[in-house]
Each structure stands twice: as structure tokens, then as C-alpha cells.
Design a protein around this ligand. Structure first.
Ligand SMILES: [Zn+2]
Length: 329
């Protein structure tokens, strides 16, 4: 995947090695402010400390780009910023065409533990999107885990082969694009409608809704790949295989079989390996915005429209095997 030399997004907060929870923990400044508030204004010291903790934490995470990053970590930051910029350059014009403003999500890079609008973020959770603060959270250790623990291939393109021992860069970019896909769903109100529908549904039905939401995010990631390819010709030999390899190994059936030796389809929340590969491909090969339905009308319609494109649901249900349609490389 070619990514160097393109625009980098300003919407990345790099909180690795400092900031975040640590900054919001025992902060001397926070203690002083809390003491002053208690001593001179009679504010309950615990409340005052909590308040200042939040303020100093937010300030620290916004402004403190870590200064002691290794060249490898700097490169990862550049990569993540470029991919996020690519998603912005994909979705802004698409939204504009529909007369809707695209508000880019922020992306928080962290290491270890971080506070998010959806509770504490930990590396073990993997990357996620938090609708409450409209931020994507990613511990970049995940890129290494993808390869070292999940067995997702490294860079196939030998000219770009690095010693980083991470999953290939296109597989990493796919993960980011998938999370941004959840942001797109959030902006369009799809996530909240699904959330409401889930409350009335049985557990099995609820899981099915989750699967659809996840597959749609995969499909939206495919649209990103398509649009970015059209704009920048960034794909290289082996990239799509990398993403397919990733999609396969993060499929519910694959993960469950690995964990317990068998798969329980009712409990799937993300979709099988085959479905995930299929829907990424559909988005990738379509990229056709006219095939999208942007404004779901009702819950029923939402459920019907949940998959990336209505036209392709029918097509999708008939596709019995994953079709690897090579992109234009
Ligand atoms: Zn997801």
C-alpha cells in the first residue's frame, strides 16, 4: 500500500506514552487546585479534585503529543494520520453529494489504558469507535497483535517489508476504515436505530442486528478502499489479500473455533469470516454511492437497509461463495 507523502489528518490525538488516564491520575496541579478550592471556596475536596482531574486530563490529552517517540512510533503516527485523512477525503464528498455535512471523527492513539467517552479503553479490547465522544480508539500494539497473536499476514509487498513484525499496512488501514465506518453509521443515525431495535429484540435477533451493523462497517471500509484507489492509486499487489486475510481472521466463527474449538452462530456479533470478506468486497467493488440508502425511514426499513447497499443484499444472499474480484491493479 502506498501511503507516504499524502495529506495527514489533524484529527489524531497521540496519547501514547503519557496523557490519558495517567495524566488524569495523581496530578500535582489537580491536587493544588483541589486544595485551593477546598481551602478558599469551601468546595468538597473530593469533588474539586474530580473536577480538576477531568479538566487537566482533557487538557493533557489534547495538547501533549508525546515527545519521546521512536522513529517506528512516529512512522505509525504518520500512517494512522494518512489513513484517517483518506477516510475524510472519501466521506466528505460523499456526504456533500447527499447534502449532509461530514464531521470527521477524532482518532485517539493510546498505549495501555485510556479513558474514553464509553468507559475505560484497554488494549485487550481491540480498536473501537465510541459514539458518545465520536472518537476511534486504537492501541497501536493491536497492529502487532494482529500478526503475532491472530496470525494476520505481514506486508506482502517485499519492497515495503519492514522489521516491525506487524500485520500488513493495508490490513491495518482496513481496521481503521472499519471503525470510521461505524462513525458514518453513527452520523446517519443507523447505529442508534439499531440500538433501539436491539432493545426490543431477543438475544439472537439482537446479535443478528449487530452482525449486520458490523458487515455494513466492513462494506463501508470497502467503499473507502475503492474511493481512495480512484483518488490515489494506492493499492499494491497483495494488498487485497492482506485485508481478506484480516477479515477472515477476525470473523466470529474463526475466532470462536480458535477459542473453543467450535462455532456458535447465534452468538455471532460481527459476522463469519466469509461474510466479512464478502461485504468488504462488495463495498470495494461497488464504491457506488447511488447504491446507498442514506436516510432510513423506519425500523423495518433500517433493518432491510442495514447492509451496505440494498441492491446488493439480494445479490449478497445469493452469493454462495466469496468472490474475490481483484481491484484495478
Ligand atoms: Zn466493528
Amino acid at each position: 500500500m502506498r501511503w507516504k507523502g499524502r495529506r495527514e489528518s489533524d484529527n489524531v490525538e497521540d496519547r501514547r506514552g503519557g496523557g490519558g488516564v495517567k495524566a488524569g491520575g495523581i496530578s500535582i496541579l489537580g491536587l493544588i487546585v483541589a486544595f485551593v478550592a477546598w481551602k478558599f471556596f469551601g468546595v468538597d475536596p473530593q469533588q474539586a479534585y474530580q473536577a480538576t482531574k477531568q479538566v487537566t486530563s482533557a487538557g493533557a490529552s489534547q495538547n501533549s503529543a508525546p515527545t519521546n517517540l521512536t522513529p517506528e512510533q512516529q512512522e505509525t503516527a504518520s500512517f494512522v494520520k494518512t489513513v484517517l485523512a483518506d477516510t475524510e477525503d472519501t466521506w466528505k464528498p460523499i456526504f456533500q453529494q447527499q447534502g449532509v455535512q461530514y464531521v470527521s471523527p477524532k482518532l485517539v492513539m493510546f498505549s495501555g489504558v485510556e479513558r474514553s467517552g464509553c468507559g475505560t479503553a484497554e488494549s485487550a479490547m481491540g480498536p473501537f469507535y465510541c459514539p458518545a465522544d465520536q472518537k476511534v480508539y486504537i492501541d497501536t500494539q493491536f497492529f502487532k497483535d494482529m500478526r503475532q497473536q491472530m496470525g494476520i499476514s505481514g506486508e506482502k509487498n517485499q519492497s515495503e517489508l519492514s522489521a516491525k513484525d506487524e500485520a500488513g499496512d493495508f490490513a491495518q488501514a482496513y481496521v481503521i476504515a472499519h471503525e470510521v465506518g461505524h462513525h458514518v453509521q453513527n452520523l446517519l443515525g443507523i447505529s442508534s436505530q439499531v440500538q433501539q431495535a436491539r432493545q426490543r429484540a431477543s438475544e439472537t435477533q439482537g446479535n443478528q442486528l449487530s452482525v449486520r451493523l458490523e458487515l455494513q462497517a466492513d462494506c463501508l471500509a470497502g467503499v473507502w478502499a475503492n474511493r481512495t484507489q480512484q483518488r490515489t492509486q494506492f493499492l499494491e499487489q497483495g494488498d487485497i489479500e492482506e485485508a481478506m486475510d484480516a477479515a477472515e481472521k477476525i470473523g466470529d466463527d474463526y475466532l470462536q473455533k480458535k477459542a473453543r474449538g467450535y462455532a456458535v452462530p447465534d452468538s455471532f456479533t460481527h459476522g463469519t469470516s466469509q461474510q466479512r470478506m464478502q461485504w468488504f468486497n462488495i463495498g470495494m467493488n461497488s464504491g457506488d454511492i447511488n447504491a446507498f440508502y442514506w436516510k432510513p425511514i423506519s425500523i423495518l426499513a433500517t433493518i432491510a437497509l442495514l447492509l451496505c447497499a440494498v441492491r446488493q443484499i439480494r445479490l449478497g444472499s445469493k452469493v454462495s461463495s466469496v468472490q474475490y474480484v481483484r481491484p484495478i491493479i
